[in-house]
Design a protein around this ligand. Structure first.
Ligand code: FEO
Length: 394
């Protein structure tokens, strides 16, 4: 249990989850996470921005009690996902006079997911403001970072932006208030890759819109609070831009060594040509690392053996994930091997409908790769080099 004073009016009252290792039963959390909830005391009203994951409700209440909070007037819900909203029903029982302040879409989701009654809400629209007396909260409707109902809250007098998931990081911070993101860069990029990357267009649009706001502090709902907004906003601008790097991401799986040999050979040929390669053995890969690699790379090459005439299921998983995350990669290669027959190529191509990529010549080999097969991989390395040169990446 810990609270942190951010300004004279605003306190962190959320919870650090040091030991959580998986989010959504999907996303690895090698450094834990936090559920940031913020108390704002105005001269007349008190507001809480977000609740916490239900597993940490008691910690939130203990934090509020430690600050002597007896009444909450408004609970701001920027986003309906349960890691922020899940404690709302219990909070509303404990503070029955509190109203949930949110937009119409979020209200609908909170009613459906958490069973909160309609009369517990105050519904706000874009750029609407509520008063806490000497402080004012302004709401910025910001859909699709990363659900349709997402919004930001801006504490006008203190110039604090509460963007919920946006600009957040999945890590348990031992230092909550930070000036630089150097120490947190990987956690922030991992978060962007896993949560925000599919919504690059919305990310850029909302960053542009925030230019109209003077922001001194960014207080997201996961990870550290940014006392200097520029580094994290600049990082998001770069990640979400169309700019790609001279890099090939190479997720692979091999059963008897044929595909592994192809991956090794292609990796060496790419490196010889001055291209960075990030191979990921899908047996045991941290998919967060794979997602992070996809943020900047120009090219993805998936490498797989054949199982029951289709691609190995681990390659299906990685390809499906890449398609869902919609990275800005420009080129896609598929390589692999088979024993007696394979429709792997068609199956994998069918999984990338979201990706706006140019397909590179596939190299699918029967058995262990032979001289002709290695030559085809060399040609593939030449092709990737040529494509990267066309983009002036080297
Ligand atoms: Fe942190 Fe989309 O919830």
């Amino acid at each position: 249990m810990a609270t942190y004073k951010i300004t004279n009016s605003t306190y962190f009252v959320g919870a650090i989850d040091w030991h959580r290792r998986l989010f959504d039963s999907l996303i690895p959390l090698p450094e834990g996470t936090s559920y940031n909830s913020y108390l704002i005391r105005g001269s007349e009203k008190t507001a809480l921005v977000e609740s916490v994951d239900p597993s940490k409700y008691d910690e939130l209440v203990a934090n509020l009690e430690s600050l002597g909070v007896e009444q909450i007037d408004y609970i701001i819900s920027n986003h309906a996902e349960q890691d922020h909203s899940g404690s709302l029903p219990n909070l509303l029982d404990r503070y029955p006079q509190a109203k949930v302040v949110t937009n119409a879409k979020c209200k609908g989701l909170l009613e459906e997911h958490l069973g909160i009654e309609g009369d517990k809400f105050i519904t706000v629209g874009d750029e609407e403001t509520i008063s806490l007396g000497d402080k004012h909260l302004k709401f910025i409707i910001a859909p699709w970072v990363h659900w349709p109902e997402t919004m930001f809250t801006y504490l006008v007098e203190d110039k604090i932006l509460f963007p919920c998931d946006f600009l957040g990081s999945h890590l348990a911070p031992s230092q909550l208030l930070v000036e630089s993101i150097d120490e947190f860069y990987e956690g922030a990029k991992r978060y962007y890759a896993e949560i925000m990357m599919p919504f690059r267009t919305s990310v850029l649009k909302h960053l542009d819109r925030l230019k109209d706001y003077e922001i001194s502090i960014i207080a997201p709902s996961h990870g550290p609070v940014h006392l200097n907004p520029k580094p994290i906003m600049d990082a998001y601008r770069k990640w979400a831009s169309d700019e790609v790097e001279n890099e090939v991401v190479l997720p692979f799986v091999s059963m008897h060594g044929s595909t592994a040999k192809m991956v090794e050979y292609l990796t060496e040929r790419l490196i010889e040509r001055g291209i960075r390669v990030k191979p990921f053995d899908l047996v045991g890969t941290d998919i967060g690392k794979l997602a992070m690699a996809l943020v900047d790379a120009a090219t993805l090459v998936v490498a797989a053996p054949t199982v029951l005439v289709g691609p190995h299921p681990l390659a299906v998983y990685a390809t499906y994930l890449a398609n869902a995350l919609r990275p800005k990669i420009r080129f896609l290669g598929i390589i692999g091997s088979y024993g007696w027959g394979s429709k792997m190529l068609d199956d994998l191509k069918g999984l990338v409908t979201n990706l706006k990529v140019e397909l590179l010549p596939a190299v699918i080999v029967r058995g262990y790769p032979k001289d002709d097969d290695l030559k085809a991989l060399e040609n593939l390395a030449d092709e990737i080099l040529s494509k990267h040169k066309q983009l002036n990446l080297l």
